[in-house]
Design a binder for this molecule. Structure first.
Ligand code: SF4
Length: 177
């Protein structure tokens, strides 16, 4: 990966932060999966979430096939962070930026894996579990679906995860080889 070339392209995007990572830094935790299972209404409802993405071990194996990647984050200020709809509306622009970064990475990579935010909302009604995903190339499972402790990664990289106030922070991982 020609990082200099990629960084010149990334500088054109409204990213809060980006950093190159070694996947060995990632911490996988069954606690993250437990939260999916017990607290997330999207669990078992689409192809981008558990259990469809596989067990913790299957997710770890999928991720560790890549040795390096990029973590990116965007931030958006909302008028009231407690307003769930307003907060969730900031997700689409982040996903669009994730797609743009993916296209940049793909110019130099032979294979990529993207983990992004929340569950998939591409289709009004997900085909899960009766038929295959309609858009597997556009569907990005969320980072947490793969049991990755995002807070740990953010801390290691000095990224302010809880910017505070009415700031919404979204993260994505773009792994490549
Ligand atoms: S792209 Fe459509 S079918 Fe695939 S996971 Fe997303 S909502 Fe489901």
């Amino acid at each position: 990966m020609d990082r200099q070339k990629l960084e010149a392209q990334l500088a054109e995007l409204p990213l809060y932060v980006y950093d190159f990572i070694d996947t060995k830094e990632l911490v996988f935790s069954s606690r993250v999966r437990y939260i999916c299972e017990t607290e997330c209404p999207m669990y078992n409802t689409n192809w981008a979430c558990p259990p469809a993405v596989g067990t913790l071990e299957e997710c770890r194996e999928r991720v560790m096939r890549f040795s390096e990647g990029l973590v990116i984050a965007t931030i958006t200020e909302v008028s009231d962070i407690a307003n769930i709809q307003e907060t969730l509306d900031t997700r689409a622009p982040h996903e669009e930026i994730t797609r743009q970064v993916l296209e940049m990475v793909r110019q130099q990579a032979t294979e990529t894996l993207v983990l992004s935010t929340e569950s998939c909302t591409h289709c009004e009604h997900c085909t899960y579990p009766h038929a295959p995903c309609r858009f597997p190339q556009r569907m990005f499972p969320c980072v947490e679906s793969h049991c990755i402790l995002v807070t740990d990664l953010a801390e290691k990289r000095g990224i302010d995860f809880m910017a505070g106030g009415n700031i919404v922070t979204w993260f994505s991982l773009i792994l490549y080889k």
